[in-house]
Design a protein around this ligand. Sequence first.
Ligand code: TMP
Length: 211
Amino acid sequence: MEPGKFIVLEGIDGAGTTTQAERLAQWLRGRGLKVHLTREPSTGRVGQVIREWLAEPTLGAQVPPPALLLRDHALALLFAADRLDHLAREVEPQLAQGIHVVSDRYLLSSLAYQSLACDRDWVAEINREARPADLTTLLDLPAEQAMQRLSRRDKQPELFEKIEVQEKVRQLYLDTVRELANDQAVVVLDGSKGIEEVFQAICRTVEPILG
Ligand code: TMP
């Protein structure tokens, strides 16, 4: 049986990956394909620990600055552990059954976000066993616009949701795409456009890999 395709959407917070992943899964199902929609942090045990951590941005308030770096490394390890658990438990079994997997975030999220505080090569190393996706689409937009979108939500800001942080993450994403461009299928799309226009652009990038 032909394995399913592993399709990933990436972007800074407020880029619209969650909305677009849902629409993409629906679109693929509408074409009669079997699809599994998922996300990282995953719904597994490690993913749940990460979610608790992200929801408490002040958790480290008592930690002296040099030790904060240790917490950032611990979080990077949790993201990498969650990724391998997610792959083993959910992604690979679905792909093996010929089901396409659409994931809201994956490897590039760690290469961008965790490189804020940790050495980029170390982040890549701890994620070495995580296979590349068949297609990664980065929804790129200015951090200011993404933060405006987030401010309309009725939810407390999470750990990374600060404009100065998001500006750096955007740059780290673009640097990562440039580095990976020869080894992995990674496409950058203009995520500043309206939902429908971005969605159409995503469909155009996905269509060719469906065979
Ligand atoms: P979400 O907002 O898409 O639910 O993701 C939660 C946050 O976790 C978001 O700020 C991005 C961050 N994140 C990382 O820092 N590293 C990762 O590897 C992943 C998957 C997410």
